[in-house]
Design a binder for this molecule. Sequence first.
Ligand SMILES: NC(=O)c1ccc[n+]([C@@H]2O[C@H](COP(=O)([O-])OP(=O)(O)OC[C@H]3O[C@@H](n4cnc5c(N)ncnc54)[C@H](OP(=O)(O)O)[C@@H]3O)[C@@H](O)[C@H]2O)c1
Length: 318
Amino acid sequence: MTPSRPLRVGVIGPAGFGGSYLCVELLNRGHTVIGISRNPEKLGSHERYFPRPIDIDSVSFPSLAKHFEGIDVLVSEYGPHTAGADALLYMPFLETVRKIVLAVKLSEVKYFLFVGGAGSLHVPGTLESCVDHPDFFMAYRRAIATSEAHIVYMEERLGIMGTALRAYRDARFAEREGRATAEHQETIKEYEASIKAKDRATDFIKAGRTAYMFFDGNMSFKWSFVSPSALYRPGVRTGRYEVSVDDMVLVGEEQGGNIFEGRLTGISVADMAIAIADEVENEKLVGKHWSAWGDISEDKPSPAYLTLDSVDGGSTWK
Ligand SMILES: NC(=O)c1ccc[n+]([C@@H]2O[C@H](COP(=O)([O-])OP(=O)(O)OC[C@H]3O[C@@H](n4cnc5c(N)ncnc54)[C@H](OP(=O)(O)O)[C@@H]3O)[C@@H](O)[C@H]2O)c1
């Protein structure tokens, strides 16, 4: 497909989870993609894909800005997940995002989209970020534990966090079906106690919500901050999504005193890539903190990372 306005789109983290699906979506739409990360060639090769290797942690922001030359729209899909569960930390994430923002401001990038996390979205009707609400993590872990696709994705990406979640899921199913052993009950008790004490992803998800402070109210560059909805995972590309601004979308009525329980929404990474590519092309959410959610009812495990084999004329790197 040739877009009416072919763009040169920079993607930071092109071979990561969101980044790899986004690069495939953009190339399939006929845009040129510049992949920026330590090993951007991991995504594969294509005549309209140009890898620009750089370790953001070890360069100055003026050097990073040089890597943004010739880019019309830049999307940050930077994240720590490919280094495993121990890399889900507060500190390096915020330092890196600060550097990216400074480099964007120095560069000639015309529009910068930052992909953050669901934790920055507001509890509906309030100004409180979901990550700061005491009920969020329990509802989140319970929701993702109902999905085989989400657990396969967690196992592929985060090792031990996925294994623990699968044990919890199996125990909850056994309980629901009336065949729970003492061991199942102990697994549920221990897992939920650990979530109540402190979910392992808390620090990183808080870093994502604090990253929004670099953007909120900032008129010094043109930005959009997108937080995928909470149950963001690999899955079916339906081609449909809904957008919300600032608030986390919750479905149904509150039950049992936990505002989030059974009400969280999600989106497949393929549909999220469509929403981001649409914004790259149409610029309808400039200066907004927004989210997209869609239909994830088909619980189908799919790969966490794509390569350019998925694009016409693309292949793995040679
Ligand atoms: N439900 C949710 O709200 C949700 C869920 C998942 C992710 N997210 C958010 O989405 C964003 C992207 O996360 P993701 O999981 O899609 O990405 P990811 O898989 O964690 O990684 C993206 C890429 O970042 C690159 N990277 C890491 N350190 C780098 C460095 N020092 N210099 C240059 N590149 C570096 C890596 O490429 P190289 O190895 O080639 O350097 C990696 O492939 C994050 O803000 C994350 O919080 C939100």
